[in-house]
Design a protein around this ligand. Structure first.
Ligand SMILES: *[C@@H]1O[C@H](CO)[C@@H](O)[C@H](O)[C@H]1NC(C)=O
Ligand SMILES: *[C@@H]1O[C@H](CO)[C@@H](O)[C@H](O)[C@H]1NC(C)=O
Ligand SMILES: *[C@@H]1O[C@H](CO)[C@@H](O)[C@H](O)[C@H]1NC(C)=O
Ligand SMILES: *[C@@H]1O[C@H](CO)[C@@H](O)[C@H](O)[C@H]1NC(C)=O
Ligand SMILES: *[C@@H]1O[C@H](CO)[C@@H](O)[C@H](O)[C@H]1NC(C)=O
Length: 377
């Protein structure tokens, strides 16, 4: 039951932006008050898994098996809820968490996460501070780095790891040599850097970030072989080991890769006003049909329908995917109607799944299932 609580919560959280959902929690479509009442309820449930308010707990972390990176993902969603619902209930908790996890060098590489933290993990905390920056969430005091400076530190440290020596460029998955996956270059790490650089370019109007974004993007789409175009739709795969020049690509396709790349293109489109980026957005929009059922309800096709099922990490991917679709819908008006159709259908389906667990509002993993699926699917 606990496994999909965070992801679904996040989906519902950003939903407060646009319109309503019908749910096991009583919500009226299009009625912001009822949506925000529901997200408030769901956040309460999510915080059952939060450690930081308890004696011996860690501020900014959820209990195991939720890794550090998923906390970053959750706090990004909480900032959205703070902003769209004008709900200050958890403001202190969010603030304390963003501060507590900054790490010794104010770059979201706390030394005590060095056994789990990869470029993608660091990026998810980067997304949270960029969210705080874009939403004008209360900044730290003047004598300490603000959200922008923290976001820039995340960017600076990740970009410094760009690895020209293998596969013609690209980031490795891992930061530290001792972690499994140091010899693997994956789409997610590079997509995250692309997204972060695009957002910093848009926010600061400093072209250096846009140049980096383009370098990363060119490597991903033209050199790595991880992303290919098929009939106007991008196909985005997982990554490859560096041993054979990044040949032997792992073919798995995950929602979050599509979403993070799509949104990165949307930020660049907003910043540059260059049609090229709107066209790029469209190729991901075409590509995501593989994640939709006939009712436009999203699912993690790689694992949800498989015997093996989804891991704890994979269960959360639909959340950042949803938030990226929402950002794109705002930044690229031409895509808005279609993306909102997907988000509406998925939100309604997700909400009706929130009727399980011991609190009666735990959400399911399979949103096409009628009621709570017990996370079996
Ligand atoms: C890790 O270090 C941070 C400070 O950087 C601290 O707030 C946190 O409690 C520590 N986390 C754990 C799991 O010990
Ligand atoms: C944040 O503050 C700036 C400066 O006051 C303002 O231009 C911007 O619109 C604000 N952004 C949001 C999302 O409220
Ligand atoms: C733009 O960003 C780059 C990269 O962080 C930095 O080196 C440079 O000083 C910035 N330029 C300006 C004008 O702030
Ligand atoms: C590795 O692959 C890239 C792009 O596919 C190619 O440009 C490069 O020449 C290859 N390098 C080696 C050493 O084979
Ligand atoms: C960029 O996005 C902002 C909203 O965040 C919007 O007001 C502005 O019109 C957009 N610019 C373009 C060129 O679409």
């Amino acid at each position: 039951m606990k496994y999909s609580m965070i992801p679904t919560t996040l989906l519902l959280l950003w939903l407060s932006v646009f319109n309503g959902v019908t749910t096991a929690l009583t919500v009226t479509a299009g009625d912001k008050d009822s949506v925000c009442a529901a997200t408030s309820q769901i956040i309460k449930g999510m915080l059952d898994y939060y450690d930081g308010s308890e004696y011996g707990g860690v501020v900014g972390m959820f209990k195991l098996p939720y890794y550090w990176w998923e906390a970053g993902e959750a706090f990004g969603g909480l900032i959205n809820n703070w902003y769209y619902c004008q709900d200050t209930t958890h403001e202190e908790l969010i603030y304390a968490s963003l501060m507590a996890q900054r790490g010794e060098n104010y770059d979201y590489i706390p030394s005590n996460q060095s056994l789990t933290e990869g470029n993608d993990d660091q990026s998810f905390w980067g997304f949270a501070v960029l969210e705080a920056m874009e939403r004008n969430f209360t900044n730290p005091p003047d004598d300490q780095p603000g959200w922008l400076a923290l976001g820039q530190a995340v960017y600076n440290t990740i970009w410094a790891r760009w690895d020209k020596d293998n596969c013609n460029g690209g980031l490795r998955w891992q930061i530290f040599t001792w972690n499994k996956g140091y010899d693997y270059k994956n789409t997610i790490s590079n997509a995250c850097l692309f997204n972060i650089a695009s957002r910093l370019a848009r926010y600061t109007s400093n072209d250096t970030y846009a140049e980096t974004a383009k370098t990363v993007y060119t490597w991903l789409t033209e050199s790595s072989g991880f992303i290919t175009l098929e009939n106007g739709a991008y196909s985005v795969t997982d990554g490859a080991g560096i041993a054979n020049n990044c040949s032997g690509i792992s073919p798995e396709k995950w929602t979050y890769n599509y979403g993070i790349l799509m949104a990165g293109c949307a930020y660049l489109y907003n910043y540059t006003e260059d049609q090229k980026w709107s066209d790029e957005v469209d190729k991901y929009v075409q590509g995501i049909s593989i994640f939709l059922d006939s009712n436009n309800v999203m699912y993690e096709q790689q694992c949800q329908s498989s015997q093996k099922g989804c891991t704890n990490d994979q269960r959360s991917f639909k959340s950042i995917f949803s938030r990226c679709l929402a950002a794109t819908a705002q930044l690229v008006p031409a895509q808005s109607d279609y993306l909102m159709k997907i988000l509406d259908a998925s939100a309604e389906a997700a909400a009706q799944s929130c009727s399980g667990g011991s609190d009666g509002v735990t959400c399911g993993l399979n949103w096409a299932y009628s009621g709570w699926d017990g996370n079996r699917y």
